[in-house]
Each structure stands twice: as C-alpha cells, then as structure tokens.
Design a protein around this ligand. Structure first.
Ligand code: ZN
Length: 95
C-alpha cells in the first residue's frame, strides 16, 4: 500500500507528485504533528508510519538539496493543517 498523507481532505501520495514526510521520531515533535492533524480528525491516532505531505509545511521549513533533487524538512518543522481543505496551494495547475 502506498504511503499517503494523513491530513483530512488531502490523502496525497507520491504518485500525485507530493513529497511525503514521515512523522518525527522525537516524541514531542511527533505529538505536535499529531495534534495538527487532530484539529480536524479528532479521533485519529498517529502511528510511526504516518505521513504528511509537503502541502502542510511552510516554505521556511524546507531545506532544498538541489544536487539530489530531494527536499528535506528542517528540524523542528511543524505542519499547519487547516480545516478549509488545502489552505495554501502554490501550484497553478489546479485550475
Ligand atoms: Zn497532505
């Protein structure tokens, strides 16, 4: 089963062109991420195999690695999961 974003109304996978980030190992960070998702999915419980996609992180949290073409999250990055579907769509192909 492919990994998918756990945010309500999102569910993106790598096949959708999304970059998925695994929940942090640090328990405190883990809880922060879980809480963000729980703002909307109140009964949802995060697991170590939960993922969030790049839609839910501000640009300031990304460390780009142009050499490898991969994107990394900076330590301490906290997602923003809004209740109004996707709060921020920076791509213009969603017309
Ligand atoms: Zn997502």
């Amino acid at each position: 089963m492919p990994y998918h974003c756990v945010a309500y109304g999102c569910g993106r996978t790598a096949e959708d062109g999304a970059t998925l980030f695994k929940f942090p190992r640090d328990p405190e960070e883990f809880r922060k991420w879980e809480k963000q998702v729980q703002r909307i999915r109140t009964h949802w419980i995060a697991t170590p195999n939960s993922y969030l996609c790049s839609e839910h992180f501000g640009k300031e949290y990304f460390e780009s690695r142009p050499a490898t073409g991969t994107v990394k999250l900076k330590p301490g990055a906290v997602p923003t999961v809004s209740s109004s579907k996707l709060y921020h769509v920076s791509t213009e192909c969603n017309s």
